[in-house]
Each structure stands twice: as structure tokens, then as C-alpha cells.
Design a protein around this ligand. Structure first.
Ligand code: SAH
Length: 289
């Protein structure tokens, strides 16, 4: 007669099957990483023999996936090229560059979103949270708004400004010269947008449009403000912003990828202002993924 399994044996069996399940799940996650690594290899060295092997043995759908990857690789390279251009020219030159070929703006933003998707947190979301904690009656100017995510996610009135307008709500301009009136804005936001070599003129423009007591929020890539890796000294940068007519309210260095600086516009301008010494801000060049 077959013995009934003891409760001990039943538990052992259950544990064994749970372990098997866990092992299976772990194997799957490792496989995902391996696929990614393999994709990396393909991105680095797309050999023609690899291409030939694929097209010959794996049929149309697989080879079109490969072509998609090649296209992605090309547009990734194109993104990095446009990105470098924007960090090494003036706002006026950037405006002319996109005026000549507005499609480049879409290439840039597709690449930008791809890069951002790898960041654990995006600074624009922190700024959205900050605005949501304040009064919705505050009027905001988003300098270098990109896809205008900020305006789409808060109740506040937001003037979204960028070099190209793909959306009727976005004002196309060089942000050193906006069409905004003087002293009408409560919060000026620069979220990863201090790109041009003349970035100081963007901050001057923000100072002009801000009301006295208005906020200036600057989110920037951390490496641009890391003196150990050739970045600017955040103290020098903050000092220069203060000389423009702001007080420093808060410096948030808690995020691994970016910093956020919070300033307030002074009520009165110092009449004896000397020439401001702006530290150089190095370009933010994204890595090939
Ligand atoms: N703030 C958005 C987008 C950041 S990408 C976000 O955080 O998601 C930087 C943006 O700044 C780009 O859309 C770029 O076109 C814009 N920009 C750079 N220089 C500019 C200038 N001189 N005038 C207007 N926009 C500018």
C-alpha cells in the first residue's frame, strides 16, 4: 500500500517547487540583461557577417528588427551630434539651426527622451511636485520646455518657451529674448536647458520677466557642476546668479544625476553692480547606449 506523504514531506515538496520557480524567475531576469548586453555589442560593432548570418538564417521579421536597431543607432548618433551643437553655440545660432531644418528638433527630442528613460528620476517631475505644493495661481515661465511636460502637469498658467513650437501652447523663441512682459512671472524654470554658450543672457532674461520675490529654479546635470570632473564650481555659479539680483534659497544635491538650485529675485537691484564673473559650464555629452 502506498504511504500517504507526511506533512514534513509535503512541506519539503512545496519548498522545492517554490525554489524552482524562484530560480526560473532569476534566470529570466539574467536573460534580459544578457539580451541588453548583446544589443550593446551590436550597437558597438555591427559586423557585416553578423548581418549576413541574420538575413540568411532568420528571415524578414528578424532582419527588419536588426534594421530598426541600426536606424535607432543612427538616430542616436544624430541626437548626440545635435546635442553637442546646442551646447557649443549661442541661443541665436541654435534658433537659426532649427529654423533651417525644424525636423532636427524632433530627432533631438526623440534622443533626449530615450536618454531620460534611463534616469531613475527626471528633474522636471521634481519641479512639477514643487509647483503642486505651491499656489496654482503662480504664473510660470518654462525656459526650454521641450515637450511642455511641465505645463501639461500643473494647474498653473505656464508660458512654455523653446526654440521650436510643435504645439500651439509653446512660444518659439530664443530664450535670451522672450516676448514676455517685464515683472509678470512668479516662477522661472530652467530644467536641463542652460545649453547655449550665452547661458548668462537666459538668466538675465529670467530676471527681467520675474516679479520681485519671484522664484528661479535651475535643474542641471550634476557633472556640469562637479569641479572634480572639470565641471563648474556650484558656489561660483550661485554667487554669479546672486550678483544678477537673486538670493540663494536652497541647493538640492541629493540626486545622483542632477542638482536643483532655488533662488528668489531680490526686491531691489544693486545700482553699483559690477561685471559678473560667470563660470564656464561644460557641455553635457550623452554616452552611447
Ligand atoms: N525642460 C525640458 C526639456 C529639456 S531639453 C525637460 O526637462 O524635459 C532642453 C531644451 O532647451 C530643448 O528643448 C532645447 O531646444 C531648449 N533650448 C536650448 N537653448 C534654448 C534657447 N536658447 N532658447 C529656447 N530654448 C532653448
Amino acid at each position: 500500500m502506498e504511504k500517504k506523504p507526511s506533512s514534513k514531506r509535503k512541506r519539503a515538496k512545496r519548498l522545492k517547487s517554490q525554489n524552482k520557480k524562484l530560480r526560473h524567475e532569476k534566470d529570466n531576469s539574467a536573460a534580459v540583461e544578457e539580451v541588453d548586453e548583446r544589443q550593446e555589442e551590436e550597437k558597438e560593432e555591427p559586423s557585416t557577417s553578423a548581418f549576413a548570418k541574420r538575413t540568411k538564417s532568420q528571415g524578414f521579421s528578424k532582419s527588419s528588427t536588426f534594421l530598426d536597431k541600426m536606424k535607432a543607432r543612427l538616430s542616436g548618433g544624430h541626437f548626440r551630434m545635435i546635442n553637442e551643437k546646442l551646447y557649443t553655440c549661442t541661443g541665436k545660432e541654435a534658433l537659426d539651426y532649427f529654423k533651417e531644418d525644424p525636423a532636427l528638433f524632433n530627432v533631438y527630442h526623440a534622443g533626449y527622451q530615450e536618454q531620460m528613460s534611463h534616469w531613475p528620476e527626471q528633474p522636471v517631475n521634481i519641479i512639477i511636485k514643487w509647483l503642486k505644493n505651491g499656489s496654482p495661481s503662480l504664473v510660470v515661465a518654462d525656459f526650454g520646455c521641450g515637450d511642455a511636460r511641465l505645463a501639461k502637469n500643473v494647474e498653473n498658467k505656464v508660458f512654455s518657451l523653446d526654440l521650436v513650437s510643435n504645439d500651439p501652447s509653446v512660444i518659439a523663441c530664443d530664450m535670451s529674448k522672450t516676448p514676455l512682459d517685464t515683472s509678470v512671472i512668479d516662477v522661472a524654470v530652467f530644467c536641463l536647458s542652460l545649453m547655449g554658450t550665452n547661458f548668462a543672457s537666459y538668466l538675465k532674461e529670467a530676471h527681467r520677466v520675474l516679479k520681485p520675490g519671484g522664484w528661479l529654479l535651475i535643474a542641471e546635470v550634476k557633472s556640469r557642476f562637479d569641479p572634480n570632473t572639470g565641471g563648474a564650481d556650484p558656489k561660483k555659479f550661485s554667487k554669479a546668479v546672486c550678483e544678477l539680483g537673486f538670493t540663494s534659497e536652497l541647493k538640492d544635491f541629493s540626486n545622483k544625476m542632477f542638482i536643483i538650485l532655488y533662488f528668489k529675485k531680490k526686491d531691489k537691484q544693486n545700482p553699483n553692480r559690477k561685471e559678473i564673473q560667470w563660470p564656464e559650464l561644460k557641455p553635457c555629452l550623452y554616452k552611447r547606449r
